[in-house]
Write a protein that binds this ligand. Sequence first.
Ligand code: ZN
Length: 304
Amino acid sequence: MPEIAEVETVARGLRPLAGRRILAVRFGKTDFIDQPDRIETLLPGSRVIEVRRHGKMLLFRMEPAVPSPNPAMAPIWLIVHLGMTGQLVLHEAARPAAPHTHVWFTLDDGRELRYTDIRRFGHMRIASPEELTTLVAPLGADPLELTVAELRRRLGTRHARVKALLLDQHVLRGLGNIYADESLWRARLHPMRQGSDLSEEEMGRLWRAIRSVVSEAIRLGGTSISDYVDALGRRGGYQKRLRVYRRHGRRCARCSATIERVIVAGRGTHFCPRCQPAPRPARASRHSRAASAKKRLHPAPRLR
Ligand SMILES: [Zn+2]
């Protein structure tokens, strides 16, 4: 599933579209598109001002064909979420379309930007500046812009598993299963550790791990395990660098213990049981700490 590094790679590949005009829009199936008629009305004739990533979304900032009398409606934003198997690829218009192509944007340079999605878990819509603001408001911090202090602030008070927190788009935007698992392995943190239980030093390790894993993945053009390709249809290279993700049963590259897979936050989670030690039992409350201190002084007879 495309995560931060894949979406960033696609966004960078599409940046040269700035200045190009969309001449026409054509649809196949539209069940993953919000208000396709609005796209068909607003996009033809519009010009790409900018392409960028926000979390796992691709944002196209478009100048409308006809200046809107209402300045609040300009620019218009085309928002694309690749879901599980979405691909947004530039093709020469003469080239036959791949199966499962559902959107064609005809460009003014003889090419087409085509959206292909086998499973159609992706999402596409148009937004006004105001709608975009509402959409992105609940999202968390970008892992590449995050400071260690902000990571501490977002995770350090949370009684939730760190893997769940990393996946939560309201905490950080853009991480998914691959980069959460890889970051936790690099930081030597067990995925079931509680956010509030991480020390200053561990938080620093996690912060550095997230940045280095994500930057390296972007440098290698993302991870292609199933369908992901970049804006020119090329596969990424980070799948060769994965250390734990989908490597259960194989040896840890750091300590050669066997990588395990468990379910955390409803997702398959991969980790090394030796270099990512399991959390200590939940910190006892003052009351139960006193009770267990008493128990240590007066141990109950062992039941055999
Ligand atoms: Zn290990």
